[in-house]
Design a protein around this ligand. Structure first.
Ligand SMILES: [Zn+2]
Length: 452
């Protein structure tokens, strides 16, 4: 009966983001933690360390291996418990040299970034067709280079607009290949640009001929569209050395603060250690990595110990494989987990939380979330923890109004991360970890592994 009632209970309404929410401490312990987070100077120092020593932490690179070793060293130095690197085999994709030339009506070079996972080409030439949707695909693109020129909507928060715009990056090559296109270019997924191309993963469906695919700066997408509208024919030459190599070794980095009363119940705090091969992966997701590491360190040094075990998990290979998240799910599905939290939307000011779970879990979480001063604002969670079906999944929602300016670009560098906002995000993660580690009223669960 209770379950039935809960199943019928509506979720609390989602709050609009028209006021800046403030973190709130719910107890003297929480107040102590909040203060420690706001005073944490090591947070930004560690982000700098990660970014300048290990830029471009794509799966299979020495940079990612270095980041695994560095963060392991941090957790050992912080005297966390059960610190280890759990091996994960990851896909290896190498960008190599790449170039895009306009041959007509002008002769000049264009900026580009090949999309992760793309096949290469020793050099192909073709006339360009500009499309604004998948519905416009037809036999007319056979033998042509297709440009999907679809701007990302300028709505706030940006996450939904990103989800809509990114489909051309992810599916464009497969869809256009079915109609005989020889290559696909996409307008970079962003709302603001100073001639910045944005990379990201692409996906080839199993039954299509893989064709090369790359992102170009929004300015070039606009220029090509305008040239075509002016009656010009636009001809391009694309060269990409991109290739996929056999899987290579990597690891998830894990450390724990064992619970005082219920050590077998786990609350995961997570972020992903890898990044794209360009930029420093500062917002995506160095910010989340140092927030997770520092949240555990502050708790350890405070002497406060929540009832449940808090487990920091730095996932490998979120960007082009999700192998770290999947490996964690495989390796730990026998352990009772109460919740998994992820910080993977950059180092902006924290505004609220997203979550995914049963109605009962969502309602419970909406109440627990209030104790941090931040509300549950929407459905969601995080890519790495999406593998934990059945467990309450929670995502930190920072102000993302500038996140997608830097996302997956050469410009995702540590100088673009605001130290004060980063600390506030740490404080939010720490307060939530404390509440989840101690809260009553919800039993932990385990998840089911999808076959295959
Ligand atoms: Zn990310």
């Amino acid at each position: 009966m209770l379950a039935l009632l809960l199943a019928c209970a509506p979720l609390p309404p989602l709050l609009p983001l028209d006021v800046t929410p403030q973190l709130r401490a719910n107890s003297t312990e929480a107040a102590q933690l909040l203060q420690a987070a706001r005073n944490d100077e090591q947070l930004y120092a560690r982000l700098v360390e990660l970014c300048i020593h290990h830029p471009g932490r794509l799966a299979g690179t020495d940079a990612l291996t270095g980041a695994v070793n560095r963060t392991l060293g941090w957790m050992l130095a912080d005297k966390q418990e059960n610190v280890r690197a759990e091996p994960v085999q990851v896909p290896v994709w190498v960008r190599g040299e790449e170039s895009l030339q306009m041959l007509a009506p002008q002769q000049r070079s264009l900026g580009l970034l090949g999309l992760g996972g793309s096949v290469g080409t020793p050099g192909l030439e073709g006339d360009v067709v500009v499309l604004s949707s998948f519905e416009e695909l037809s036999e007319a693109v056979r033998g042509k280079i297709v440009l999907f020129d679809v701007p990302m909507a300028t709505t706030t928060p940006s996450l939904e607009a990103y989800g809509q715009a990114v489909q051309f990056r992810v599916h464009g090559a497969s869809r256009a290949s079915r109609f005989g296109a020889i290559a696909v270019l996409v307008r970079s997924v962003t709302t603001r640009s100073l001639y910045t191309p944005h990379t990201g993963g692409t996906h080839y469906e199993a039954d299509i001929q893989p064709i090369p695919t790359a992102a170009i700066p929004p300015e070039e997408a606009a220029a090509i569209r305008l040239l075509l509208a002016a009656g010009e024919e636009v001809r391009l030459r694309l060269k990409m050395d991109a290739k996929s190599l056999p899987d290579g070794p990597s690891a998830n980095v894990i450390g724990e603060l064992r619970g005082s009363e219920l050590p077998d119940q786990i609350v995961v705090l997570g972020a992903h250690l890898d990044s794209w091969d360009v930029g420093q992966g500062a917002h995506d997701d160095g910010a989340g990595v140092v927030q997770v590491v520092e949240a555990l360190r502050i708790l350890r040094e405070s002497g406060l110990r929540p009832r449940r075990t808090l487990r920091a998990v730095l996932y490998t290979n979120e960007e082009n494989g999700l192998r770290g998240g999947k490996a964690y799910a495989e390796a730990h599905h026998d352990e009772p987990h109460l919740a998994a939290v992820e910080s993977d939307l950059g180092g902006g000011m924290p505004l609220g939380w997203s979550s995914t779970g049963s109605l009962e879990q969502q309602n419970w979480f909406a109440e627990v979330a209030q104790r941090t001063g931040l509300s549950r604002l929407r459905d969601g969670g995080g890519a790495d923890i999406s593998t934990l079906n059945g467990i309450l999944q929670i995502g930190l929602l920072p102000d993302d109004s500038h996140y997608f300016d830097f996302h997956h670009t050469h410009a995702d560098t540590v100088d673009h991360v605001d130290p004060t906002a980063l600390k506030e995000g740490l404080a939010a993660m720490l307060l939530l970890a404390w509440e989840l580690g101690n809260a009553d009223g919800m039993e932990p669960g385990i998840w089911t592994i999808e076959p295959g």
